[in-house]
Design a protein around this ligand. Sequence first.
Ligand code: SF4
Length: 386
Amino acid sequence: MRFPILQTWFGKKASAAIPSPPKDRSGIRVGIPKVLNMWSTHQFWVAFLREIGIASENIVFSSDTSEEQGREFGKGRGTVDCCYPVKAMSGHYGELIFGLKKKVHVIMSPMIYSLPSFMRGHVSENLACTRVMAGPENIRAGFVKESDVFKDNGIQYASPFVNMAEPEMVPKQMYDCLKDVFDIDMAETQRAVDAGYKALRDFNEKARTETRKILTWCAREGKPCVLVVWLQYLPIDDDLLGWLFGEETQAKKIRSPLDISDVWTSSNSSNTNEILWGAKFATRFPWITCVLRLSSYECGMDQPTYTPTQKIVEATGTLFFKFGDLDSTKPAGSIRIRIETIVHYLAKYSDKIIQKKLALLPPDCPLLLDKQEKEEKALAVVAGTD
Ligand code: SF4
């Protein structure tokens, strides 16, 4: 007696277990507009594309935003948005369509719903700005209003909607959007997403390690430094955060060193959360004696944070300077004058600020302990003699 169904089932299972050979995608060129949260997540996108077989030289970013770019490639394509970085996207799209000698086959411009922040779990949400979510669709509209300019130029437009703060959701979101664009299957997508997150994690860790080296140098040499609260890659090592935030954490004023509920109750926006936390770090860390705040023209996310950020930073006497609407106004002359002012204030007040902030903290700064001291301290803690 034969059991055809059973045979077929086993037969299918066996062949499904063999991964399909990688498809040759080395000839596909992908253009990515260098805008918005692409700046903080591009390692993910590059690693994703490389993992599915797109050659590195075929991953093309648009050039830096400039007025010429907007004039030459974005003219007449603008859509309604008062945020300068979103308005500037038209020039980036246009450059990738009309401005490249070697044409791209795909333009990939993700709609990023949430961001993979180190503050996840310590704040309410890690959402991207709503304009970041909607920006790609908004700008695409300017290129399909009369005819589909992408299609006319033989370009596929791909805009995956991604919850980057929730890695478990991303493979399906990427697959749904990109399966036909790159002819990928789910297993390939999963591998590529994993590679993307790994690249992003590695980059962030490397950047934080470098920042720690700078802060250690400042601490050991007694030199001040300046923090730009923006996309700062501050170290989040337990020893350092324990030194800076340990007392408040033990007193249960905050749930963890990354908790910002004491200064910001609606912690929904990822970038805002990181700016506020950066201000908290800066106001405590003795050798950061000055904070610079940059802001974009007409940014609705930045606006409510100006006063809280300044108040947090200045609470310990740390210097605070703001360069507002920087991307739109580009006040080169006045920036030069203000930098001279900042240098003057740094030279005059840094020593006092460092001493004042050191007096507020426990004596054993981990950046001042050398390796041997650290090991002795760790042993003492284990032996219970510390
Ligand atoms: S965060 Fe501000 S500058 Fe950035 S996209 Fe949103 S509104 Fe525009």
